[in-house]
Write a protein that binds this ligand. Sequence first.
Ligand SMILES: Nc1ncnc2c1ncn2[C@@H]1O[C@H](COP(=O)(O)OP(=O)(O)OP(=O)(O)O)[C@@H](O)[C@H]1O
Ligand SMILES: NC(=O)c1ccc[n+]([C@@H]2O[C@H](CO)[C@@H](O)[C@H]2O)c1
Ligand SMILES: [Mg+2]
Length: 230
Amino acid sequence: MKLIVGIGGVTNGGKTTLTNSLFKALPNCCVIHQDDFFKPQDQIAVGEDGFKQWDVLESLDMEAMLGTVRAWLRSPQKFARAHGVSVRPDAADTHVLILDGFLLYSYRPMVDLYSRRYFLTVPYEECKWRRSTRSYTVPDPPGLFDGHVWPMYQKYRREMEADGVEVVYLDGMKSREELFHQVLEDIQNSLLNRSQAVAPTPAHPARPQGPGLGGGHRAARPTAAQPDTV
Ligand SMILES: Nc1ncnc2c1ncn2[C@@H]1O[C@H](COP(=O)(O)OP(=O)(O)OP(=O)(O)O)[C@@H](O)[C@H]1O
Ligand SMILES: NC(=O)c1ccc[n+]([C@@H]2O[C@H](CO)[C@@H](O)[C@H]2O)c1
Ligand SMILES: [Mg+2]
């Protein structure tokens, strides 16, 4: 069973913090960070506002990110091994991929790959404060947050909502522990529901095939007919 989980949402909402905790807690779990797919600095456009446009989809090599997700889909076992994740024999059929990033649900070719799309939010003031404490590989120039980062967050979020992309909102003002337990429990329930949906137990108790029984046609399988991939 393969499960792709998105930990998306606003910058400094706590995505990577939450992702790291889930990674440690879930069996056979791999992580892909969207931030690893930023294009080189000299390929980042400069806007009319004079700011490098880091917070737009075009600044990310999303084709490469999708390629990495496809590699996991082809063989989660191989992917896990290649990334130093040792596959747990007691849960060898369960594979979870977490995608961590601020623009996960705005790239059309990937939107339908997720089993669950989480979206962390924090209010403007908190976000601005947290961001001011961070140092990125390219430090934020003065005014970037108000001039570029926050307006782009609002624009992409509006578009995502207008497109009807279904997400589970998470309140990033909750404690790290509360968020972790909430999301872990939710993912574990998804895994449980899926394992029950694909379990080989028949919908009805097996009946011996005697005369007059088993007339040659099969009843449609209910939820079990769903593929176990995403
Ligand atoms: N639940 C929380 N409550 C308070 N502070 C938090 C919480 N989660 C994370 N933080 C802090 O907020 C900051 C941003 O956290 P984190 O790096 O996880 O966010 P992010 O959404 O991944 O940000 P980025 O946009 O840089 O990817 C860090 O200083 C982190 O310690
Ligand atoms: N990781 C990077 O190369 C980089 C460079 C400049 C800015 N950022 C910021 O990262 C955030 C997403 O995590 C975005 O808001 C970018 O502004 C990242
Ligand atoms: Mg992060």
